[in-house]
Unconditional design. Structure first.
Length: 223
């Protein structure tokens, strides 16, 4: 634990160079998982938190507060080619917890959520995650820092994985051996509905969880 704390302090003092960040994070992940046989996505319990109030968010915050890597994804509705504000924000940890935060239902956003999103030492990983961050800022004024696009990380481990597509679905299949359900009726469904279907909940959670699982495998592949 002392080694982890010492490294985290060093990591937080690093400059913004992406290569140094990834090398530093690899060391952190090694310290955390060095006593395990292998990081195994989907071998741990999945726990989903569906949140539409500040109070509901508090039941999740103690988990994400200690995490240094979060899978991040967003869902929204489009009408006649025009995008509406982000309806759902997904945040997932490598321990299998995933918060589905219904932003369009919340009157205000907890400061703790804003702090996590704005903390550049907590990496938010996903495909096109920077674009998601821009949408969150445009729609709600939320500042998102520490974004790492999985496509860029994949470029740093050339020769280890061969992906037919650098999108989330292609990476999930090649790196994790997982087939994601990208059915249009779910992906383009009503994310502003009064009640999300179980299909929507699973779809949204899996996208964020797969993102963090891919990142963990890509970084550990460099060890």
């Amino acid at each position: 634990m002392a080694d982890q704390i010492s490294f985290i302090k060093h990591y937080n003092s690093m400059n913004s160079d992406n290569k140094q960040k990834l090398l530093g994070l690899a060391a952190y992940l090694y310290l955390r998982f060095k006593d395990t046989e292998k990081y195994k996505p989907y071998k741990r319990k999945k726990e989903i938190f569906l949140i539409d109030t500040v109070e509901g968010y508090q039941s999740f915050i103690n988990t994400v507060r200690i995490e240094k890597v979060l899978g991040l994804d967003c869902e929204w509705v489009s009408f006649s080619g025009k995008r509406r504000p982000v309806a759902l924000l997904q945040l997932a940890t490598q321990l299998g917890q995933c918060a589905l935060i219904r932003l369009d239902r919340m009157d205000s956003f907890p400061k703790s959520l804003q702090d996590i999103l704005a903390d550049k030492s907590i990496l938010k990983v996903g495909v096109a995650v920077k674009e998601d961050g821009k949408k969150l800022h445009l729609d709600y004024g939320l500042v998102v820092k520490g974004c790492v696009d999985l496509r860029h990380v994949l470029n740093r481990v050339r020769g280890i994985y061969t992906c037919h597509s650098k999108g989330l679905q292609g990476q999930a299949e090649s790196i994790l051996g997982v087939m994601l359900d990208k059915s249009n009726h779910i992906r383009c469904g009503d994310w502003e509905a009064d009640d999300l279907s179980q299909e929507q909940i699973e779809y949204a959670a899996n996208d964020a969880l797969v993102g963090v699982d891919i990142f963990m495998n890509l970084v550990l592949a460099k060890m």
